[in-house]
Design a protein around this ligand. Structure first.
Ligand code: ADP
Ligand code: ZN
Length: 752
C-alpha cells in the first residue's frame, strides 16, 4: 500500500466471503499500514478487522470510517497474507476468519456498538478494548546521570547501587531483593536520582525452570546420511520436501536438531510442529537444551498473554525456532528455512472445526512459498505420504534400526476371541507379574477412559444413553456418575433401573478406571498410575504423571492413547495393548492404518533402554494384516497391502476427498437439507460432465452430538481441481435452510 491513502481494504473475521472498503480519517492515514488491526463499525456492531492494503478510491457515499487503529506494529507481513489467501481459497473459508485463526488468540475483539462512542465516531468504549490480549508492562527504575550532593546511607544507597547496576531494573526485582522499598524509592525519585517508566516485559512460561544445555551427539551412519541430504536441501534454497522414515527409537529427534542447527547457521529460521505439546515434554526439553535461547513454544496450555508474548518474540526475531502444536504453522518466523513435522501421520494436525486446515499439508505450502526444507518425520508415515515418497514427489530418508543396534521388541498378538470376564488375558497377566518381579516398568494401553462404557438393566435391557448425543453414558466410579464423553452431560449413578425400576443393573465394557482397579487387585504391591483425560486436568497434569514414571516412581502406567506416543522411557520393558480393536473398527477407510499406527507406536515405547522389550497385543482380529505387519515391524508389507485396498476402493492416494457436513436441531430439516444438497451436487456434476463420486447423503456414524442431528456427503475424485471447482460452485449457488449448518471439509481426516 502506498500510504497515506484514504481507502483501505479490510477483512473481518465473520462468516462472509467478501472483504470491505473503509475510509481512514485524516489523523489515522499516516499510521495505517497493511497488517494492522482496526476497529470498524459493522452493521450495528463494532468489530476488529485486518488491513489488507489500499482500496481503490471510491465515490460511494455509504463508506464508513475506521474508528481506531489497534496496533503500532503490523501483525502480519505481505508473505503471510499470501499464505492466508492461499488457505482461504483452498479450504473455502473466509479470509478474515483465516487471519483470526492464524493470529494468537485474544487479539480479536468483537463487540456491540455502544453509546460510549463519541459523536464523531472516533472514540470507543475502553471496556471493549480491554478485553483483548495486550502486552504486559511493568514499572522499571533507571538511574539518572545526576550525582548526589546529599550523602545517602543505608538501604537507599544500596537500592540506588542496585538500580545503577542495570539498564533499568523492574519494580518486581527491587521488591524481591529489598522487600518493600516504597519510601526509599520515593526519596531517590524526589532527589532526581532515578526516574521510572513503564516497559514491556514478556510473560515467560518457563521462567521458573533452569535447563542444562547439551551438545550434538555423534551421529550413526544412517543419521549422517540423512543429515547430509538435509544440509544439501538447506543449501539449495529451494522447496525440498523429505520424509524421515525412522523406526521408533532410531534417533529422529537428533536429526531434527542437527538439521535445524544447520539452517540457523545459514541464517534461516525454523518451525517445529508436534502433535500435542502436553504429551511431548521430552521433545520440547531436548530442543531447549540444545538451543538454549531463541526458542518459543506455542500451545493451548499457555494463557493468552503468554502466547501473545511468545508470538511477539518470534515476530521480532528474538526467537528463531517456534515449536508448537498445529497452530504453530502460523508462527511468524521471519525467514523459515526448515519446517519439521514430527509424527506426521497424526490426525491432530487436522483441525476439526472452524477453519478445517491440516497443518501437515500446510507445511508443504509454506515450504514452497519460502523455498524451505520440509521434514516429515514418522515411524508410521501416512500411506499417502509414503506413496508420495515412492513416486518421487518427496525424498525419502530412512533410519532402519534403533540407535546402538537395540533390537525391536518381540511383539505377540493374543487372540481374545472366546475369552470372558477379565480385561487381561492369562498371557498378559503373567507377563505383567514377571516384569514386576524383575523390576521392569510396564505400560498398559486402553483407549477408553472411565470405568464401564455402558450400563444395562438385566431385567428389561434398558441402557443409559445420552439424551443429546448418540452414545451410551460412561460410568466414572470416582465421581459416581454416568458421563457423556461428547457433551459432558452427566447423571448420578442410579441404584434402580430408571426404566423398569428393577434392581439388577449391570456395568459393561471396560475403561481405564476399571482396568486400574483390576491391575491393582491383581498386583497389590505394584505402584500403579493412570493417565487419561480425567487424571491430567489442570496445568502440569501430564508432566506430573510422566515425570514420576520416568524417574521410576511408578511400576505400571495405565492410560489412553496419551501414553502411546513419543515418550522415551528407557525403563519400560513391557507394553500391553488391552484391545487393538477400537482403532481397527473406526467407521472409516483409515481403520487399518490407525490400527497399524497404534500398535507400532506403543511397540515403540518398549525396550528403549539396555533391556530388550516385549509387547503383547490383545485383539479379536489376530489375523488382521495391519496387526500382523505391525507385530513384525514391517511397514512396507503393511503399505503394500493397504495401498492395494485403497486402489480397489478408490481412496487416497488414488483420489481426493471433500466431506460436506450438515447439522441442526431438527432431524427432518437436516436430512432434507442434506438431500437437497446432494441432488444439487449431482446436477452440477452432470452439467459439467465430470466423473466424481458423490456418496450419500447419509446420517453420520455419530448421528447426534450435543442435540444436533448430523448428516454428511462425501465427494471423491481423482482430479482435485475439478472436485474443488465443483464444490466452490456448489457453495456459491446453494445454501441450506437457515436452521441447518453446513460445513465444508477439504481433505477430511475423520468421517464420524
Ligand atoms: P525416535 O524419535 O526416532 O523414536 P529418539 O530421537 O527419541 O528416537 O532417540 C532415541 C534415543 O536414542 C534417545 O534417547 C536419543 O538421545 C538417543 N540417540 C539418538 N541418536 C543417537 C546417537 N547418534 N548416538 C547415541 N544415542 C542417540
Ligand atoms: Zn452427550
Amino acid at each position: 500500500m502506498q500510504p497515506p491513502s484514504c481507502f483501505i481494504e479490510v477483512a473481518v473475521p465473520l462468516h462472509l466471503e467478501q472483504t470491505f472498503t473503509y475510509k481512514l480519517p485524516l489523523d489515522l492515514q499516516e499510521r495505517a499500514v497493511p497488517g494492522l488491526r482496526v476497529l470498524v463499525p459493522f452493521g450495528r456492531r463494532t468489530v476488529t478487522g485486518y488491513i489488507l492494503g489500499a482500496a481503490p478510491v471510491s465515490a460511494e457515499l455509504k463508506i464508513k470510517e475506521v474508528l481506531e487503529l489497534l496496533d503500532t506494529e503490523p501483525l502480519f507481513a505481505g508473505s503471510d497474507l499470501e499464505f492466508y489467501r492461499w488457505i482461504a481459497s483452498y479450504y473455502m473459508h473466509p479470509l478474515g476468519e483465516v487471519i483470526k485463526t492464524a493470529l494468537p488468540p485474544g487479539l480479536t475483539i468483537m463487540g456491540r456498538r455502544t453509546a460510549v462512542m463519541a459523536a464523531d465516531g472516533s472514540i470507543v468504549s475502553e471496556e471493549l478494548l480491554s478485553k483483548g490480549t495486550r502486552c504486559r508492562k511493568e514499572r522499571h527504575f533507571i538511574a539518572s546521570a545526576e550525582e548526589t550532593t546529599q550523602a545517602l546511607k543505608g538501604r537507599a544507597a544500596e537500592i540506588l547501587g542496585f538500580i545503577k547496576s542495570g539498564q533499568g531494573v523492574s519494580a518486581a526485582s527491587v521488591r524481591s531483593r529489598f522487600g518493600d522499598a516504597h519510601t526509599q524509592l520515593k526519596r531517590l525519585h524526589d532527589l532526581g536520582l532515578i526516574r521510572s517508566e513503564n516497559r514491556e516485559v514478556y510473560r515467560d512460561p518457563f521462567s521458573r525452570s533452569v535447563i542444562q544445555s547439551d551438545t550434538p551427539l555423534a551421529l550413526n551412519a544412517s543419521q549422517e546420511t540423512a543429515i547430509e541430504s538435509l544440509r544439501e536441501g538447506v543449501d539449495a534454497k529451494a522447496f525440498r520436501p523429505y520424509l524421515l522414515h525412522g523406526v521408533t527409537g532410531s534417533g529422529k529427534t537428533e536429526v531434527y536438531l542437527q538439521a535445524i542447527s544447520y539452517a540457523l547457521e545459514k541464517g534461516r529460521d525454523a518451525i517445529v510442529l508436534v502433535p500435542e505439546i502436553a504429551l511431548t515434554p521430552q521433545l520440547v526439553e531436548r530442543f531447549r537444551r540444545r538451543f538454549s535461547c531463541g526458542i518459543a513454544v506455542l500451545h493451548s496450555g499457555l494463557s493468552s498473554g503468554e502466547r501473545y508474548d511468545e508470538w511477539r518474540r518470534i515476530r521480532r526475531g528474538e526467537a528463531r525456532i517456534a515449536i508448537g502444536a498445529r497452530s504453530a504453522i502460523f508462527a511468524p518466523v521471519r525467514n523459515p528455512g526448515i519446517i519439521v513435522i514430527d509424527e506426521e501421520h497424526e490426525a491432530t494436525y487436522k483441525q476439526s472445526d472452524g477453519l478445517r486446515y491440516n497443518a501437515r499439508d500446510l507445511s508443504l505450502v509454506l515450504g514452497k512459498q519460502h523455498r524451505a526444507v520440509v521434514l516429515l518425520g514418522s515411524a508410521t508415515p501416512l500411506v499417502t505420504t509414503f506413496h508420495a515418497a515412492r513416486t518421487g514427489r518427496i525424498a525419502e530418508l530412512t533410519l532402519g534400526s534403533r540407535v546402538n543396534d537395540r533390537p525391536m521388541p518381540d511383539t505377540l498378538l493374543i487372540d481374545g476371541r472366546g475369552r470372558k470376564g477379565t480385561a487381561l488375558s492369562p498371557e498378559l497377566t503373567k507377563a505383567l507379574t514377571d516384569n514386576l518381579a524383575n523390576g521392569g516398568q510396564s505400560m498398559l494401553l486402553l483407549n477408553r477412559r472411565g470405568f464401564a462404557t455402558w450400563l444395562e438393566c438385566r431385567d428389561c435391557g434398558h441402557t443409559l444413553r445420552c439424551p443429546n448425543c448418540s452414545v451410551t453414558l460412561t460410568y466414572h466410579q470416582q465421581k459416581k456418575r454416568h458421563i457423556c464423553h461428547y457433551c459432558d452431560h452427566s447423571i448420578p449413578a442410579p441404584s434402580l433401573c430408571p426404566e423398569c425400576k428393577g434392581g439388577e443393573i449391570g456395568l459393561f465394557g471396560l475403561g481405564t478406571e476399571r482396568l486400574e482397579e483390576e491391575v491393582s487387585a491383581l498386583l497389590p504391591d505394584a505402584r500403579v498410575a493412570r493417565m487419561d483425560r480425567d487424571t491430567t486436568s489442570g496445568r502440569g497434569g501430564h508432566s506430573r504423571i510422566l515425570k514420576k514414571f520416568e524417574s521410576g516412581g511408578t511400576d505400571i502406567l495405565i492410560g489412553t492413547q496419551m501414553i502411546a506416543k513419543g515418550h522415551d522411557f528407557p525403563g519400560v520393558t513391557l507394553v500391553g495393548v488391552v484391545s487393538a480393536d477400537t482403532a481397527l473398527n473406526i467407521p472409516d477407510f483409515r481403520g487399518a492404518e490407525r490400527g497399524f499406527q497404534l500398535v507400532s507406536q506403543v511397540t515403540g515405547r518398549a525396550g528403549r533402554g539396555d533391556q530388550p522389550g516385549k509387547v503383547l497385543v490383545q485383539t479379536m482380529n489376530p489375523g488382521h494384516f495391519a496387526l500382523v505387519t505391525a507385530a513384525s515391524h514391517n511397514y512396507e508389507a503393511f503399505y503394500d497391502e493397504e495401498l492395494a485396498e485403497r486402489s480397489d476402493a478408490g481412496y487416497p492416494p488414488f483420489s481426493h476427498l471433500v466431506a460436506i457436513h450438515f447439522s441442526g436441531n431438527s432431524s427432518q430439516l437436516v436430512e432434507k437439507g442434506a438431500k437437497a444438497a446432494a441432488d444439487f451436487l449431482r446436477e452440477l456434476r452432470q452439467k459439467r460432465g465430470w466423473s466424481m463420486e458423490i456418496l450419500g447423503p447419509s446420517a453420520a456414524p455419530l448421528g447426534m452430538i450435543r442435540g444436533r442431528y448430523r448428516w454428511q456427503i462425501l465427494l471423491k475424485s481423482s482430479r482435485r481441481a475439478e472436485l474443488h471447482r465443483l464444490v466452490q460452485q456448489f457453495r456459491g449457488e446453494h445454501s441450506p435452510h437457515s436452521t441447518v449448518r453446513m460445513a465444508i471439509d477439504i481433505d477430511p481426516m475423520e468421517l464420524l
